[in-house]
Design a protein around this ligand. Structure first.
Ligand code: AMP
Ligand code: GLY
Length: 430
């Protein structure tokens, strides 16, 4: 089989790594990929949002299966186009991807089908939204309706911050059309977890739980990023809570999408807030999480291609996942300044020694080769992952590898996974 992966991050490297192990796969292509992916897959110089050119390439090259990493192409209808052309593709259609692409659609769906989530109201005019603030308690969460590269959610501590957020989204139109509507949402306190599953529109097959670290700095301080690290499993999601999430969130959402005439096939990612034994939905993503995909795929034994094909052919009820019981962790190494301004093009050293640490797997995000040298090329640069018998030793292995890698101004969190150690009563160092 020939596989095409669309995207260029750590998630796509982990997908390529996992699928390249399949005995059925003869070649992996990645558009556009990065320096790490290029070591195991053939790079294709096409942008992820250039659906037409990607479909042409898939037809010309005889690609048997295309897997889409990021949300942009899914929201723009890449899957619909591939299906029209008779090409096999993994991911939700444009209509189904609205679960991530429109927060208004998502919130209205959850309310209609009584799926647990935060209270909210929708506005298409700034003045009405500002007036509504007087009826709310703070903090309040202000969300642009559409995709905004993870920047469209603002937690406002008081009225002035909420007005500033509304001005940014609806006045300055910082996120363009994504800000045509806003959601004002109740602030939920608790601990976040990611619940990611395969679904063929009927059966939901969950991966183990995971937890992202969205804040830039240790102790969950600083601005939100795409994710500075992750681990799996997340002990906050107890077996009882996992059952609850399957019963009250995952299955009802898949049934709701079918009832709305938008059958959902692909990865379904629920971002959850957990408090007092109850899980509420913060968001849905229509794709694998990044970095969560990295520690999750490191635990997936068996053949990922088989699972993806079962989703496309709607026979997921016949599949079981073979999951490594050992925990995994991923420490993201980023450019100094990320998620704000940063510089790129710095030579990365120490990778071979780091990759040789037992249990360690390194996925590339923003890297490229320049005159034969590996250099940084993005905000998130590497995902240094490790597997071990205990989470504590997986964390130790990952940081042992991280400490061997360096480039100018590189930056990472030192506390990835620590929350889980505290929770499971393991050693606490601060
Ligand atoms: P979203 O893109 O909707 O997941 O929002 C991004 C991040 O904002 C989430 O991962 C949470 O950390 C935070 N967030 C979103 N909605 C809420 C909420 N209702 N209460 C508290 N935090 C939230
Ligand atoms: N790590 C969060 C996301 O992929 O959206």
């Amino acid at each position: 089989m020939k596989i095409l992966i669309v995207g260029s991050g750590g998630r796509e490297h982990a997908l390529a790594w996992s699928m390249a192990r399949s005995p059925r796969v003869s070649a992996v292509y990645c558009a556009p990929g990065n320096a790490g992916i290029a070591a195991i897959a053939t790079p294709v110089a096409l942008a992820p949002n250039d659906s037409g050119a990607l479909a042409d390439f898939a037809q010309r090259e005889g690609i048997d299966l295309t897997v889409v990493g990021p949300e942009g192409p899914l929201s723009q209808g890449l899957v619909d186009l591939f299906q029209e052309r008779g090409l096999r593709v993994f991911g939700p259609t444009r209509g189904a991807a609205a679960l991530e692409g429109s927060k208004v659609f998502m919130k209205n769906l959850l309310r209609k089908y009584e799926i647990p989530s935060a209270a909210y109201a929708v506005f298409d005019r700034r003045e009405q939204a500002v007036a509504h603030l007087d009826t709310l308690e703070f903090p309040v969460v202000v969300k642009a309706d559409g995709l905004a590269a993870g920047k469209g959610v603002i937690i406002a501590a008081d009225r002035a911050e909420a007005v500033a957020a509304l001005d940014l989204i609806m006045g300055d139109r910082a996120f363009g059309e994504a800000g045509n509507q806003v959601v004002l949402e109740e602030f939920l306190a608790g601990e976040e977890a990611s619940f990611i599953a395969f679904t063929d529109g009927k059966t939901v097959l969950p991966l183990p739980s995971s937890q992202d670290h969205k804040a830039a700095f240790d102790g969950d301080q600083g601005p939100n990023t795409g994710g500075m690290g992750a681990y799996s499993p997340a002990p906050v999601l107890t077996p009882e809570l996992e059952r609850q999430v399957m019963e009250k969130v995952m299955y009802p959402t898949v049934a709701a999408m079918a009832a709305e005439g938008r059958p959902y096939k692909g990865m379904l990612y629920a971002g959850l807030m957990i408090r007092d034994g109850e899980a509420k939905v913060l968001e849905f993503n229509c794709r694998f999480g990044d970095p969560e995909a990295q520690p999750l795929l490191l635990r997936l034994r068996g053949d990922l291609v088989e699972v993806l094909e079962a989703v496309i052919d709607e026979r997921l009820d016949q599949v079981t996942l073979d999951i490594d019981p050992r925990p995994t962790v991923c420490v993201v190494m980023a450019s100094g300044g990320y998620p704000g301004e940063y510089s790129v093009g710095h030579e990365i050293s120490g990778l071979p020694a780091a990759a040789a640490v037992e249990g360690v797997e390194i996925f590339h995000a923003g890297t490229r080769l320049e005159q034969g040298k590996l250099v940084s090329a993005g905000g998130r640069v590497l995902g240094v992952c490790a597997i071990a018998a205990t989470l504590e030793s997986a964390i130790a292995r990952a940081y042992q590898a991280v400490d061997l890698i360096s480039w100018q101004d590189c930056r990472y969190r030192r506390d990835i996974g620590r929350k889980a150690l505290h929770r499971s009563g393991g050693p606490a160092d601060g």
